[in-house]
Design a protein around this ligand. Sequence first.
Ligand SMILES: [Zn+2]
Length: 263
Amino acid sequence: MKLSTVIDHLHSIAPNAYQESYDNSGLLVGSYEAEVKGILVSLDVTEEILDEARANDCNVIVSHHPIIFSGLKRLVGADYIQRIVSKAIKNDINLFAIHTNLDNVYASGVNTHIAKRLGLTEVEILQPKEGYEASQQIGAGVIGTIDPTSEQDFLQTVKERMGAGCIKHTALLGQKVAKVAICGGSGRFLLPQAIAQGADVFISSDFKYHEYFDADGQIVIMDIGHYESEQFTTELLGGLLSEKFSNFAVLLTKKNTNPVSYF
Ligand SMILES: [Zn+2]
């Protein structure tokens, strides 16, 4: 089967056109005409992930984060991106990324998947994508409800279900959590929308020091870490691929690519 068939399937779920303007999703290295032998699914592409693909005879890596993001002027091994791209080319490994377009779809999207994991119901898109305001199917983040629970208990639930080693959070407000907004990855831009829609908690990552002040006593920010928030995207993508294709192996990486360690 040609790689284009696999890509067409993924784009039928999350069209490339839904990605944000700064993004670089799509086929980054390789050929649409390549014959697929096996697919390795990962959050990031690292040299370790390339080695894992080779060891398992996978000639396609489907990742959430695009390894080529803000341009590439030369391929001389000067940094990790150049080394990875060169190594992929040398080893005939195709690199395909499905990033903010997978974030921005409701059905089978990254945030809906997190919401399911946390047991949210009545889940909706938090901020419809510009130009698609009639649609509740395309946009950033999600918001949903849970049975009212204490903030401490909810912190514990999030920690366990999201596999987070620790959660950075703003001051607890001493109220029940019933409405939860979520954005996997860097979701700071959605905080005003989460507050406006009455969320008790906003789960996301990559908040800077001063940005925590923006909670302003109106919401509890729970920063669970970028990798932690998106790590189950591999499970989501693996499911989307294996339920459609049975003529080649779809493997989920066994490597943890989180560049952040906690002491
Ligand atoms: Zn991310």
